[in-house]
Design a protein around this ligand. Sequence first.
Ligand code: UD1
Length: 357
Amino acid sequence: MNKSVDVVSVVGARPQFVKLAPIARAFTSSGLKHSVVHTGQHYDEKMSDSFFKEFGIPEPDVNLGIGSSSHGVQTGAMLAELDGIFEQISPKSVLVYGDTNSTAAAALSAAKMGIPVLHLEAGLRSFNRGMPEELNRIVTDHLSDVCLAPSQEAVKNLATEGLKDRTCYVGDVMVDVCYQTRDSLEETGLNGFLNSEYYLSTIHRPDNTDSAQRLESVISALAGLEHPVVLAAHPRLVAKAASFSVSLDREGIHLVDPLSYREIVAGALGSRGVITDSGGLQKEAYLLGVPCTTIRPETEWVETLDSGWNVLCNDVGLLRDVAYRDSPLHDTLKFPYGRGDASENVAQVILDFLSNN
Ligand code: UD1
């Protein structure tokens, strides 16, 4: 293994592969020596390998193959493996992404080994400590040497927690990848894969999937909307629905496998609205100028709520009316997450950090 690696990216779950794509390109352009460790948290072809192919990301240097289990077992298995991997690679820094168990495990392992930790998407808060992701975010930010914030709101949250000196606003790398994908779809003449009146939906949060009653009410609400719903099913949703005998096969719901990134962007652009509990998709809808309805009591992407582009609707009895609303005017869209240069900013911050440490 190369002893002069500048930065090791640790990824493991679907949204992290999407963020890795522009980062890997920016690191190559800026001359940073980069290795990728995949924890194996996501392992299905459509949750993992397909994204490496779609974005042309080089194969991970290491795949730990951890897979699914309870939070403690999964995180612990990652920790046990990562110590040895970091010792072998001996990188100058470790970059962790977002808020998954892979993020928290890599930050903890690296910090305890004295390797500087850089956190991409730092400072987001839902202020809901019942979410595993909220705990992962808090732990990771406080373990990090550099908190790479995607928005001014995130900068503010980090300052409130005493982390101002370690914070750098870089913008959001999801903007880079979302705009590049939208533009490439426009070039191929493909924007909107059904071109009709439908909603695009994803549901995967434990709060919505892990109780039979809640899952039944969410799925019934989707099936009862004014327009058909294209439901791109995360494996957790399929597994939980099967275990609770909640049918996903209903009139009004068109069930499809997890979509590629191009399909998600095309699907959102062609829809009359997005209905989701995903953080990434809420933001993508905003960037693409598509109204979003979020089936959660709160969001960490608070800027998307401005002008009604994103509306929180945890009471699914109201979903039909909330989702049916008119789209806000496009000139109310702002640029709170930067304009698509976040990955270059991240590369520059890391170059500066490494030359000063
Ligand atoms: C994880 C992240 C979440 C992120 C999501 C993106 C944590 C705590 N949560 O949630 O923040 O929004 O990824 O998708 O890290 N499964 C498969 N195949 C796979 C992966 C998962 O079948 O390739 C199934 C298994 O039944 C597994 C379940 O999905 O138990 C949940 O997977 P897990 O990685 O624990 O969390 P996610 O719900 O995917």
